[in-house]
Design a protein around this ligand. Structure first.
Ligand code: MG
Ligand code: MG
Length: 252
């Protein structure tokens, strides 16, 4: 069931997502060679608490942490740990969800640690463009296939892969609501986007095969060929005249 949000609910979602982006900026500022992903996680949890929110991922289906920290060939759902330390040249995806005043925020970004290889940079830039193209395809009366097709065209046009096993989602009073938002599809197909719909668009883009395998921990999703992956995510509201990226000033 799809829940369309009222203006006051959109304001609450704006605040939740604003906190998510505050966390992402805070984490990024300290991410450097030698820092453990658990240190990033502890900083994220503290930041969320200071702002009166709760970590949405912690305990979600048993996930043990506040952040997903996914390094290099890890696509999504990497688990922060004391023993995993960032190294020069890594690419790190940080995904964060918060619950604030009854509403969820969810966003992710990928960035390099120190100096990264040209190919890694190209992958991250393309994945970021995929997000922007997906967001730009959000319009009242449009269809979700427009979003997926825009992401897919950008990624595959640059020779990169689009992960199929994980998709974006509706978001609101639940972290994951209907509808599903695939990063592939056909223009003009799928659910119609109506004002008040809020979706998390989250392209997961790979340098090689788009197929994933899951580690023995039951969470960590890696590319099956060990090549790099990048992940970006915004929560986006459909408005009467277009779209609004939640929690990010001056975008969308
Ligand atoms: Mg997320
Ligand atoms: Mg999400």
């Amino acid at each position: 069931m799809i829940f369309l949000k009222s203006p006051s609910e959109l304001d609450a979602l704006e605040r939740a997502n604003r906190l998510v982006h505050t966390v992402l900026r805070t984490v990024r500022a300290v991410a450097a060679p030698g820092v453990s992903t658990l240190e990033l996680d502890e900083l994220a949890e503290e930041t969320i608490r200071q702002h009166g929110g709760a970590a949405a991922f912690k305990g979600y289906r048993g996930f043990p942490a506040t952040l997903c920290t996914s390094i290099n060939d890890v696509i999504v759902h990497g688990i922060p740990s004391r023993s995993t330390r960032l190294a020069e040249g890594d690419i790190l995806s940080v995904d964060c969800g918060v619950l604030l005043d009854g509403f969820y925020g969810d966003a992710a970004t990928t960035f390099g640690i120190g100096k990264v290889a040209a190919g890694a940079k190209r992958l991250m830039e393309t994945a970021r463009q995929c997000l922007d193209d997906g967001v730009a395809a959000v319009a009242p009366g449009g269809r979700l296939g427009d979003v997926g097709a825009a992401v897919q065209a950008r990624a595959e046009g640059k020779g990169f892969g689009v992960v199929r096993e994980f998709v974006g989602h509706g978001i609101g009073r639940s972290l994951h609501e209907d509808p599903q938002v695939p990063n592939y599809g056909l223009p003009g197909h799928g659910q119609v986007m109506r004002p008040g719909l809020v979706i998390a668009i989250e392209p997961m883009i790979t340098a090689g095969s788009w197929r994933a395998r899951i580690d023995a921990d039951g969470w960590t999703a890696r590319t099956e060929d060990g090549k790099l992956a990048a992940h970006f995510e915004y929560s986006v509201a459909v408005t009467a005249d277009g779209r609004r990226v939640l929690g990010v000033d001056g975008e969308g």
